[in-house]
Design a protein around this ligand. Structure first.
Ligand SMILES: [Zn+2]
Length: 456
């Protein structure tokens, strides 16, 4: 397959922007040649004089992008697909007034009510929403304590159905008792034995999921480390999201959550530490030293009023910080904007956060995906996976590799996603999901949600 006549943001080693490029997609789902067409086979031919038709030949499709913007598909490094069917749910009684109350009154009630069908439809809807926002890869963190065993298979099935790339894990926690924690560990082991690393054309990979320091005993954490010894997977855990996690770790273990988890062998260069809102300078130095992957989730942090993460301080100290949505939104552009805006407010300085927000959304997420799961995504370069996003964006001002930030913030983030290709296959085409019938899925999900809300 060939995509021609596209304005290509390559994110290759030279960060080339091709005003009129051609990108070849090979049958194995990788990127073949990337050509600056204007410079080679059609010198001087203006964009609007390129042929506007599109045609198919068996096995050799040529898509005329007609000057649309082609860039790497977006990556969401921390989300909870199981939250999708909570949309519009009402909570009985007094509204939760802090983070522990939000967990108890909403999320821990919802996850206990989920059955395996709910898990499947939550994932399916969440993935369709993500595809429509140009997200090709999601790192999910799942919990359904009363439908634990086999739940990751349901989510995997949804990923394969929609055709997105994903990393799955089960949220081990002691909050529902030791038997439930043991079942969570088993679900991680079972799934990891099949999917530890998603190299090459493999769409699904796995991590070892843990909730957070404040709902995990030393005993359970040691069991997880022991179980993971032969699997050698990275852990995916919430760290210092709210002050309550920090207070709990100091009260019970006389150290911060970062130092506690590090001492137990949870944190390493293959682990994801989501949030890290309440980390001090000692913690930040430890995170940098461990080469851990921190994932910032600004909108969720705002919504839960837990605080703003010290993004600039972490980056300054050499911590790799990616970006996630924590289930709050399918749109990574929203998170990109929130990260940028919140750091300006946090620091009281309009000059900051340009490079940090840009790096988190567009560079660090792909670094995390390559480092942990071996995926070559997030760039349009020969040999990388063909995870591509075609956007209806025709820049009204000069666009080059030195001013992408302004175009992302004020233009591309607001432009309609036309098509999404993952691993060389269309997921979205002409703004329609081509792998599943979105309306049919929504109708089935609505029935599922009605029954879920009755059990809630
Ligand atoms: Zn989370």
């Amino acid at each position: 397959m060939l995509i021609r006549n596209a304005r290509v943001l390559t994110f290759d080693s030279a960060h080339r922007v091709l005003d009129c490029g051609t990108v070849e997609i090979l049958a194995d789902g990788s990127i073949g040649e990337v050509t600056d067409t204007r410079r080679s086979d059609s010198p001087g031919l203006p964009l609007n004089h390129q042929p506007a038709r599109e045609w198919n030949t068996p096995g050799n499709e040529v898509l005329d992008a007609r000057g649309k913007l082609l860039m790497p598909a977006l990556i969401n490094c921390h989300t909870h697909l199981y939250s999708t069917l909570a949309r519009g749910i009402s909570l009985p009684g007094r509204a939760p007034g802090n983070f522990p109350e939000i967990l108890k009154k909403l999320w821990w009630r919802l996850d206990r009510a989920l059955n395996l069908d709910d898990v499947y439809y939550s994932a399916l809807v969440g993935l369709i929403d993500s595809a429509k926002c140009g997200v090709g890869t999601l790192v999910d963190h799942h919990s359904s304590p009363n439908a634990c065993t086999g739940s990751l298979d349901q989510i995997e099935q949804a990923f394969r159905k929609v055709g997105l790339r994903g990393v799955l894990c089960y949220e081990t926690s002691d909050r529902n008792g030791t038997a439930s924690a043991a079942e969570g560990i088993s679900e991680n082991i079972r799934f990891l034995q099949r999917h530890r690393k998603g190299v090459g054309d493999e769409l699904v990979a796995a991590s070892f999921g843990l909730h957070a320091s404040f709902t995990l005993s030393d005993r359970t954490l040691r069991r997880c480390v022991e179980a993971n010894q032969s699997l050698r997977a990275g852990f995916h855990v919430h760290v210092a999201e709210d002050r309550c996690d920090v207070d709990d770790a100091w009260r019970r273990y006389h150290k911060s959550p970062v130092r506690r988890l590090r001492a137990l062998g949870i944190l390493d260069d293959h682990s994801i530490a989501a949030h890290c809102v309440h980390v001090n300078t000692t913690d930040i130095a430890a995170l940098a030293g461990l080469q851990i992957n921190v994932v910032h989730n600004p909108q969720s942090n705002c919504n839960n009023a837990v605080g703003t993460a010290p993004l600039l301080e972490m980056v300054r100290h050499g911590v790799l910080v990616g970006l996630g949505s924590d289930g709050y939104t399918p749109s990574m552009w929203e998170e990109f904007k929130a990260a940028f805006h919140m750091q300006k407010v946090r620091n009281g300085d309009p000059r900051v956060a340009f490079s940090e927000a840009y790096a988190a959304a567009l560079l660090n997420n792909r670094t995390i995906a390559r480092k942990i799961w071996g995926w070559e995504i997030g760039r349009i370069e020969t040999g990388a996976r063909a995870d591509l996003l075609l956007v209806d964006y025709y820049p009204p001002t000069a666009l080059n590799n030195s001013n992408l930030f302004g175009h992302f913030l004020f233009g591309i983030a607001n432009a309609p996603v036309d098509s999404l290709i993952v691993n060389g296959r269309y997921v979205l085409r002409g703004k329609e999901c081509v792998t599943v019938d979105e309306r049919e899925v929504a109708a089935k999900a609505a029935l599922q949600a009605r029954s879920l809300w009755n059990r809630f």
